[in-house]
Ligand binder design. Sequence first.
Ligand SMILES: C[S@@+](CC[C@H](N)C(=O)[O-])C[C@H]1O[C@@H](n2cnc3c(N)ncnc32)[C@H](O)[C@@H]1O
Length: 199
Amino acid sequence: MMNRPDAPATKRNRDPILKALKKELHGAKELLEIGSGTGQHAVYFAKHMPMIVWQTSDQKKNHDAIQSWIKSTNSANLKLPLNLEIGLNEDCIKKKYDDVFSSNTSHIMSFKNVEKMFSLVGRILRKNGKFFLYGPFRVNGDFTSKSNEKFNDELNQKDPIMGIRDIEKLDKFAIQNNLSNYAFLQMPANNFLSVWSKI
Ligand SMILES: C[S@@+](CC[C@H](N)C(=O)[O-])C[C@H]1O[C@@H](n2cnc3c(N)ncnc32)[C@H](O)[C@@H]1O
């Protein structure tokens, strides 16, 4: 059997995320995932929501992992990764999507690229389409747990461009791109699923 890369956190957070996504995603839809990572979320969500065409994407370096996870399933609604690196080539996405999902990306890409991600999402989402962004966020100017604060220090030490973002600043990017605040859901382990809706 092929040794596929494993991101253990996806197994811990996938069911609470799936439950929230299922409440909002009805009918046949096309969804773009930004920063699919190993592809494990995509495989799981596509299997449990067969009506959604799930388009994976990430930087080229992650494509082998995503492809190997996709090949391990037979979900016809799961699409091979697009080469999408925000800040480098987001203009390549020309088509519109019903929804966009991204997990644990806003604290990894630079703040400037987070802004560009919102601009991309605002451009490609169809009216009333949702942008689901999962991860840790600062709320009211503060970390929501000591562990998130420590995680933020570790990120900063690894690379100063990384860091947990203030949800209020992301809301500003959303407003600038015709995305209105729709829901901010508390998830396990001090994470959130923030949802914006295209006006
Ligand atoms: C912490 S991983 C999260 C992966 C996966 N979404 C998950 O939750 O397990 C961050 C992901 O963001 C991607 N990423 C970082 N910078 C990016 C950028 N500028 N454009 C697109 N993806 C980016 C990385 O390649 C990586 O797959």
